[in-house]
Write a protein that binds this ligand. Sequence first.
Ligand code: PMP
Length: 361
Amino acid sequence: MTDAIRPQPGILDIALYQGGKAHVAGVQNAVKLSSNENPFGPSDKSKEAFSRTVHSLHRYPGTDHADLRAAIAEVHRLDADRIICGVGSDEIITFLCQAYAGPKDEVVFTEHGFLMYRISALAVGATPVEVVERERTTDVDAILAACNRRTRLVFIANPNNPTGTMISMAEVERLAAGLPKQAILVLDGAYAEYVDGYDGGAALIETRSNVFMTRTFSKIYGLGGLRIGWGYGPRAIVDVLNRIRGPFNLSTTQLETAEAAVRDQDFVAKCRSENARMRHWLSEALAELGVPSDTSMANFVLARFASEDEAGACDAFLQEQGLIVRRVSSYKLPHCLRITIGDEAACRRVAHAVAQFKGVK
Ligand code: PMP
C-alpha cells in the first residue's frame, strides 16, 4: 500500500473477524457447534417459501419490505412503520454507526461484547470504548461511568454473546435513563427469542426516545445462511436509518423466507423449549465434570476451564472427536469454550467427550 492510497483512520485497527470453524481436516461429518446456529435448521414453512421464490428471481424485490414488516409487527405487536430490515442484524448495527457516530465520537460496549460493535465503530472513524463486566455480566454502573459528551451509541446484547448472561429490564431501564442525552442505547436481541416471554426491550422503546432494538433471523429461525435481521425503535431513528439503507438491500428470497419464518411461531416455541431442555442438561453435565458455566439464557453455554491451556487442549480433543466448538480468546475469555446447544445427540457427544478429556469414565 502506498502512503498516498490509504483507508480512512480507524480501518486498519480492525482485526479481521474470525468466524466459527465449519470443518476439521480429516474428520467427516463433524458436528458444528461454533456459531450458535439452530440444530433443527429453518422451519418447513420457511423452506417452502424459499423454494417458491425461484419463480420471481428476475424481478427486483420491493424496496420498503412492507410484507415482512407487517408480519413482524403482527407477531410482535409492534408498529410496522418503525421496523427496518437489513442484511442480518450486522447491517442494522452498521447503519446505526454510519448514521450516528463519526470521528471524535465514542461507541460504548462491554469487554465480552459482540465483535461487530468494535468493527462498525472503527469503520466510521469513531472511538470504541470497551467497558469491563462484572462476573461476565453487563455492569450498568461501569457503562454509565464510561459515558461522556462524546458517547453516541451504547451497545449491549441481552442475552449477551459469548457469555449467555442477561441483565433485568429494570437494569436496562436504569441504563437508558442514565445515558447522556445525545446517546442511543442499542439493545441487541439476537438471542431474545430463546428467553420465554422476553420482548427484547420493545415495551421500553415505547416509553423512551433513546432506545433501539436489533433482532435477527439467524438464530432461532435457523436462517443464518440467508442473512436477515431487523431493528425497531423511535420513528425518528428508523427514518434516519432508512435514508442510508440501500433500496434493494434484501432480496425477494430473503424477504419471503423471513416472512414465512416469523409467521411460524409454533416452530419457534418448539426450538425454544428444546434448547432450554438441552442447555440445562449440558450445563449440569459439564458442571459435574468440573467445567462450570454461568446461567445461560441463549442457545449456547460458556464453559469455563481452569486455564487457557486446558481450554485449548479440550478444544483440540473435541475436534479429534468431530466436535467443533468456539475458542473465545478474541472476546477476552481465553480459558473458556463457547458451545452451541445442538440436538440431544450432539449434547450427549459433547458431554461424553469432555468426560473422556477429563479422564472420567
Ligand atoms: N448480535 C449478536 C450478539 C450476535 O451474536 C450476532 C451473531 N453472531 C449478531 C448480532 C449478528 O447476527 P446476524 O448478522 O446474523 O443477524
